[in-house]
Every structure is written in C-alpha cells, then in structure tokens.
Design a protein. Structure first.
Length: 200
C-alpha cells in the first residue's frame, strides 16, 4: 500500500498511532494502525463512502472518533465502534464499514446541477478536546476559507466564527490552549486568556 499519511493522531484510549488519515486523489481513506505497526505493518483501512470524497486534514476526539475535512463540502466523522463487518481479514477491503461514517454539510452556497452541496473547501479540522473555544469539549472546528472564518459543529449544527480580515481569512490549521484552567473569565486583565491560534 503506497499511500502517504497526511494527518496523524494518537488514539486517546489505547495509545496506538491510530486514526491516520491519508490524503490522496479520489475518495480518500481513514486508517488505523494496529499494535506494533513497525514490526507487523498491519493497518486497517476505511474508505470514505459517497457522498463524501477528498480527505484533507483531520483530528480525533477523546472517544476515538475521527473528524476530517472533505473536499465534497462536508465535515466527515468516522466512528470505528459502529462497524458491523470484520475489521480485518480478506473481507476487510476498505469498503466494509460505510456505517462508521457520518457527514455534515458545511454552510454556504454550492455548485449548480449536482444536488444539495456546499462549495466550502475546508483544508483542516481540529477537535477542541478541552473546551478552549467555550463551545464544549470534543467540538470539531474546521477551517472555512469560503466562509472567511472557522466552522464549529456543536450539537449537530454548524456555527461560523467569522473573522473580519479585509482580504478574507484563509487559515490552513488551528490549535488551542488554556493557560490557567481555574480562571473564570472575570480576571481577563490579569494574564493571557484562552486562545485559539490559526496557522496559514
């Protein structure tokens, strides 16, 4: 299998380098490296089913669900625990777990003639595992170049965090930190606040 890895996230439950997402032409794939991959080279592969395609950057939440930006105009979620078929062996061809995938359409207009879609071209998604944004733990946040901001998925709804840059906001990634988790926001002048940083 000669496909490079694009985003790598360690699984929060077992510590294995699982939750790999590969970027490639076409549909794209989610991967999960199994135990001791340098010795065994065993990897589980899960292809993105329709309507999704075009895996870009992604992240993993505290429950092990992978969240990934898709060129199809969706935020994709892959939950391996929903898979019904055997996860390895001769029948695990990559198309054996479409039920593990859920798609959330990004906001904004789409292209004519191809049904309900979004032209949003998100490049990367990050999961706010520690509620840096104040939207809650495990909220996925995508870069939203066509929306001039960031796009968060909260309780099944897309929230656009628009950044009023004069020439658009074209972030390619983001991360967050909380310097002092005991602060309640009332002493905002006494130190650095929680921050979300964009890269790009």
């Amino acid at each position: 299998m000669n496909v490079g890895f694009y985003a790598i996230m360690p699984h929060p439950k077992d510590g294995h380098p699982s939750g790999f997402v590969s970027r490639q032409p076409g549909r794209g794939r989610s991967r999960r490296a199994r135990s001791n991959p340098s010795e065994t080279a065993i990897t589980e592969v899960y292809n993105v089913p329709a309507p999704g395609f075009g895996v870009r950057g992604g992240d993993i939440d505290s429950k092990g669900v992978i969240w990934v930006s898709l060129a199809s105009g969706h935020l994709g979620a892959f939950d391996r625990s929903k898979c019904k078929a055997p996860l390895n062996g001769p029948k695990a061809t990559g198309d054996h777990c479409p039920e593990g995938w859920t798609f959330y359409k990004y906001p904004g207009p789409g292209f004519e003639g191809i049904g309900d879609n979004s032209a949003e071209a998100s490049y990367y998604s990050w999961v706010d595992q520690h509620n840096t944004s104040g939207l809650g733990a495990d909220v996925p946040v995508s870069t939203g170049n066509e929306n001039d901001g960031l796009i968060a998925l909260k309780d099944g709804k897309m929230i656009v965090l628009r950044v009023p840059y004069p020439m658009g906001f074209y972030a390619k990634g983001l991360d967050g930190r909380i310097d002092d988790p005991t602060r309640d926001g009332k002493d905002a002048g006494s130190g650095p606040p929680p921050a979300i940083a964009h890269h790009g």
